[in-house]
Design a protein around this ligand. Structure first.
Ligand code: 0O2
Length: 248
């Protein structure tokens, strides 16, 4: 992990110290690639915003609570390439990394995650490259989220380019755990002590159980509402003059 500004600068210098062109050319190529990832994020983000608007209109509630996005930081890119044993070049970034463009979609309930993910996957300009379902199969530490790597065509001035985007879908509760776990554990060796690992895992399980209960409550309320609407509808039919006549 790069700790100081000097270490981060060294990593970046390594990325930009290829053999072709000048350092200035390579810096420009890098900046252009990041701009392209940003554009890909915008395209996918819009798709989620449209889905949220439509589903909110149809169901009178928001399946998506929030959407955040980021382009991976340059030194994180270099660290990951190095960890993977890949060349530290601009070309290697798009060839080897799936998560330079990242979008996090925080949903209200667990079923919203699967609904929204399926609706995105059905769109004909989206290709799903990989899925990791850490909700059905949580990580050993308790981490839960639904990860998708997708490809999307983005139209630039000189033509279409297929860009990769990593999408993380999780509930508010899963996001709460992941954010705090990240803060608590980041760069802290004592966070790996068995009692802390097991406490964090236990918190993740409590949160998952609460997520399931909240979904159960929502479904019960929806069913009760449906039953009462059906009752009201019957009542209306029976009180119409024709119906009254038939029954009498
Ligand atoms: P950052 O800072 O979030 O960008 P791959 O990307 O497929 O080569 P990887 O990295 O194992 O392999 O992918 P995975 O398992 O899908 O996880 C990628 C991202 O998920 C991580 O990004 C985190 O954002 C999140 N994540 C995964 N596991 C955990 C976890 O245990 N706790 C928390 N809080 N988040 C997790 P990065 O790479 O860490 O970087």
């Amino acid at each position: 992990m790069a700790e100081t500004k000097e270490e981060k600068d060294d990593l970046l210098r390594e990325l930009l110290s290829g053999e072709e062109g000048t350092a200035f050319d390579r810096m420009n190529q890098f900046m252009e690639l990041m701009m392209r990832y940003n554009s890909a994020i915008r395209e996918v983000r819009t798709k989620f915003e449209v889905l949220n608007e439509e589903l909110s209109y149809k169901t009178s509630r928001n399946p998506i609570e929030s959407i955040t996005s980021r382009v991976k930081k340059p030194f994180s890119i270099v660290q990951k390439l190095r960890r993977m044993g890949k060349p530290l070049t601009v070309a290697s970034i798009s060839e080897s990394l799936n998560d330079v463009a990242g979008i996090r979609v925080v949903c209200s309930f667990i079923d919203d995650i699967y609904k929204v993910a399926e609706m995105l996957a059905m769109q004909d300009d989206i290709t799903v490259v990989a899925v990791k379902d850490y909700i059905r199969k949580p990580k050993p530490n308790g981490y839960r989220s639904y990860h998708m790597i997708v490809e999307i065509p983005v139209f630039f001035s000189e033509g279409k380019q297929i860009m990769r985007v990593e999408i993380q879908l999780r509930t508010v509760a899963m996001d709460f755990w992941a954010s705090l776990e990240h803060q608590i554990k980041y760069k802290k060796e004592s966070a790996d002590r068995p009692e802390i690992v097991s406490e964090l895992k236990s918190c993740a399980e409590t949160i998952a159980a609460t997520d399931a209960r909240m979904l159960g409550i929502r479904k019960r309320i929806e069913n009760l509402e449906k039953e009462s609407e059906e009752e009201n509808a019957k009542g209306q039919v029976l009180s119409s003059p024709v119906q009254r006549y038939v029954i009498e």
